[in-house]
Write a protein that binds this ligand. Structure first.
Ligand SMILES: NC(=O)c1ccc[n+]([C@@H]2O[C@H](COP(=O)([O-])OP(=O)(O)OC[C@H]3O[C@@H](n4cnc5c(N)ncnc54)[C@H](O)[C@@H]3O)[C@@H](O)[C@H]2O)c1
Ligand SMILES: [Zn+2]
Length: 358
């Protein structure tokens, strides 16, 4: 059965969650069939692009091409972005066409940025295929690419016309990437509290690919993220809570030159944030959070490196605001379901928290 969650921003869009979804049928209310290009990556394309093309063409779409980029974070670059928009132009895509991003967060972020900028913006539909993309990156409109100077430094906000999360596609997702998606699921469960937090007892089952557990956690996450995004779409305030674990996590990703996957880096980053929550807010959730992350098969420590490198990478992270001295700004947990954001953290405090996870 398909469930629809509306993301109630100024131009609302549906997130459809289910198994064996009819993509063309699911989007027919949002978009008239027309010319389309599918962006995918070298892992996902061979497995899933054929059925998407077939479904769209049967629904009246004219698929002009399937653009495949190499799998992995390195495709979220200006070079690959340039290549993709060049190929959109070469395929003859016009302003009234649609780009479908079929893949994980990399293809979604890259494809969304291409759709936001090609001819100053064409329609965009997200077909997330990784758990991380279903629960997190395909909802909320943030798109972009990395620069050598740091992650996500060139980007835009773009509302997709629809997000179609077909849980069947997770069948081919490697276990390591499934665990990465669970990192964001655990993050949001801790931020949300309540029934969503209680559902985190399904993490083990989800890791074993129990379909009901996956469906429940995807829906919890999509509903939670939709609610946070609707309240603060452009992240001038509360949306910042979604960066829990990301201040140090993004730096770990950059320092490891993306050998550490996003969800793994976030898992270690959340562990550091839990130490800071204990130091600054007196709330010790370290063990509870560690048990959850470990049950998802995630690392709670970072690979050995000099903390100075991580601090330097944090200094380059865009979320650090200018003009407030030495302070980093962190999201911390006062309790499960009670995040606080913008907590000033000195270099020394950050260094200690990093030390706790090395
Ligand atoms: N825009 C946002 O709001 C937001 C939020 C969170 C994360 N992100 C970004 O998302 C990215 C991480 O996303 P990700 O973990 O999905 O990375 P990814 O897109 O690299 O996918 C992970 C791996 O799984 C493979 N894969 C995906 N679906 C598959 C399937 N069904 N079958 C087989 N293989 C499959 C991919 O080819 C890749 O090798 C990072 O760049 C991160 O910054 C963005
Ligand atoms: Zn993330």
């Amino acid at each position: 059965m398909a469930e629809r969650v509306e993301v109630p921003v100024s131009t609302p869009y549906p997130v459809v969650v289910g198994e064996n979804l009819d993509t063309a049928g699911s989007i027919s209310k949002a978009l008239k069939p027309g010319a389309a290009v599918i962006l995918t990556d070298s892992n996902v394309g061979a497995r899933h692009a054929g059925s998407v093309v077939e479904n769209l063409e049967a629904g009246g779409w004219n698929v002009l091409g399937v653009i495949e980029v190499p799998a992995g974070e390195s495709s979220k670059s200006l070079r690959v972005y340039g290549d993709v928009v060049g190929r959109l132009a070469a395929s003859g895509l016009t302003r009234d066409s649609t780009l479908f991003a079929l893949g994980g967060g990399v293809v979604g972020d890259l494809g969304g940025f291409a759709a936001a900028t090609y001819m100053r913006g064409i329609s965009f539909v997200a077909l997330p295929t990784s758990l991380l993309a279903m629960v997190d990156s395909s909802v909320g409109g943030k798109v972009g690419v990395d620069l050598p100077e740091g992650k996500n430094l060139a980007g835009a906000f773009l509302r997709p016309r629809a997000v179609i999360a077909d849980l069947e596609r997770l069948d081919t997702l490697p276990d390591r990437d499934l665990s990465c998606g669970l990192a964001e699921v655990i993050k949001m469960g801790l931020l949300s509290g309540g029934a969503y937090f209680d559902d985190l007892n399904l993490i083990g089952a989800a890791r074993s690919r129990d379909p009901e557990a996956l469906r429940t956690l995807v829906l919890d996450s999509v509903r939670f993220k939709a609610d946070v995004v609707a309240g603060d779409e452009l992240e001038t305030g509360r949306r910042a809570i979604l960066n829990y674990g990301h201040t140090i996590g993004h730096a770990l990703e950059a320092v490891a030159d993306y050998a550490l996957l996003h969800g793994e880096a976030i898992s270690a980053g959340m562990s550091a944030a839990a130490h800071l929550s204990r130091e600054k807010l007196g709330m010790d959730l370290i063990e509870l959070q560690r048990d959850l992350l470990q049950s998802a098969g995630l690392p709670v420590n970072a690979p050995a490196t000099d903390p100075a490198n991580i601090l330097a990478a944090m200094g380059r992270d865009k979320k650090r605001r200018s003009g407030d001295g030495a302070a980093h700004r962190f999201v911390l947990l006062e309790d499960v379901g009670s995040p606080v954001w913008g907590v000033p953290i000195t270099d020394d405090e950050a260094r200690q928290a990093i030390g706790a996870i090395l």
